[in-house]
Design a protein around this ligand. Structure first.
Ligand SMILES: CC(C)(COP(=O)(O)OP(=O)(O)OC[C@H]1O[C@@H](n2cnc3c(N)ncnc32)[C@H](O[C@H]2O[C@H](COP(=O)(O)OP(=O)(O)OP(=O)(O)O)[C@@H](O)[C@H]2O)[C@@H]1O)[C@@H](O)C(=O)NCCC(=O)NCCS
Ligand SMILES: Nc1ncnc2[nH]cnc12
Length: 290
């Protein structure tokens, strides 16, 4: 009689990257208390979202992230063929998300940002530093996708109205909100011993201090954006999420943004991108997956 082989099959590189991306989305959703966003406490400024939906949406995206990483491995270079291939997978991912959420847009911006990062990481698996991965992602984002529809999205509408740079430009510039604000703050707060959850909240706040979040602009205009940016800075100046003064400011910011119906969904996506890049750089399993 043959003994049962109970050893788990090692994950492929694409499977591990998809796991890391979905984990980052779930960790972002769970992180609490986030100002005006869906978290463990409630629905923030949203009437059509809740935590279970955010989790289901994140899980529905696993196949799309894996397929994007597989496409990078198969095509092997930054070129229009890869850009158009992942564009198609991204649009299919959006359909999977909408089918799961019954039409609610939970993670459109996240599919874009994390999809580019997963693809960029798979392209050169030994070059995993955040600065290297975001540079490759930016080069991909700069390429044209002939098949991309150009709807008058919320982002496109506020670009016309306020001249704001949105999700596309953030990626094309190499994710400055992540590289210059989110990741450095995550590391600073960790080093200062603030605890992982507070470090993640501080990273989100640091992203919010400078981002032209098109969700906030669409819902609450320039007043909403100013409230988000200055309020996030005030929390950090008061000592961040780990301090009592910072927590009081954070509570105020939550109330103010909810009153304005201003949900920083773009900043939330970029926090997930920050967590993903941090993991890609340090993940032990990924190191053994190629
Ligand atoms: C290039 C695309 C990202 C399209 O961009 P565009 O700006 O035209 O489209 P939007 O539909 O507005 O989506 C952009 C989403 O990106 C997030 N975001 C916002 N600001 C920024 C920023 N400055 N930097 C980075 N990311 C940002 C944000 O996503 C979150 O918010 C979503 C909810 O938004 P919204 O629908 O406006 O929702 P509500 O206000 O709640 O709506 P109502 O309830 O009022 O109706 C939520 O999903 C978060 O994810 C923006 O929404 C890209 O999507 C694209 O071209 N895709 C095609 C596929 C492709 O090529 N993929 C490539 C491979 S990955
Ligand atoms: N936690 C969250 N709440 C609302 N919108 C989001 N988009 C991405 N993450 C979100």
């Amino acid at each position: 009689m043959r003994a049962l082989n109970l050893q788990a099959k090692p994950l492929s590189l694409a499977e591990r990257l998809a796991d890391l991306a979905v984990d980052a989305l779930i960790d972002e959703a769970d992180l609490s208390p986030k100002p005006a966003l869906v978290d463990r406490r409630g629905n923030g400024a949203h009437t059509d979202l809740h935590l279970g939906l955010m989790h289901a949406s994140a899980l529905s995206l696993w196949p799309a992230f894996k397929e994007m990483a597989d496409a990078a491995l198969a095509i092997g270079g930054i070129n229009p063929a890869l850009r158009e291939h992942i564009g198609r997978i991204g649009r299919e991912g959006e359909q999977a998300m909408l089918a799961t959420t019954q039409g609610v847009n939970t993670h459109r911006g996240a599919i874009w940002a994390l999809g580019l990062l997963v693809t960029a990481a798979a392209l050169e698996p030994t070059s995993r530093r955040a600065s290297e991965v975001t540079l490759r992602a930016a080069r991909l984002a700069l390429l044209d996708d002939r098949y991309a529809p150009r709807p008058l999205s919320h982002g496109a509408q506020v670009a016309l109205r306020y001249g704001a740079r949105g999700a596309r430009e953030e990626a094309q510039l190499g994710f400055p909100a992540v590289m210059q604000r989110g990741l450095p703050q995550l590391q600073r707060s960790r080093v200062q011993g603030h605890g992982e959850q507070n470090a993640r909240l501080d990273a989100l706040l640091a992203i919010m201090t400078g981002l032209a979040d098109t969700c906030v602009l669409y819902r609450a205009g320039e007043q909403g954006l100013h409230t988000m940016q200055s309020g996030a800075q005030a929390v950090l100046d008061a000592g961040g999420s780990a301090s009592l003064a910072g927590r009081r400011r954070l509570h105020e910011l939550d109330q103010q943004l909810i009153a304005l119906n201003a949900s920083p969904g773009g900043a939330a996506d970029l926090l997930a991108a920050t967590l993903l890049l941090d993991r890609i750089e340090h993940d032990g399993i990924l190191q053994g997956a190629f």
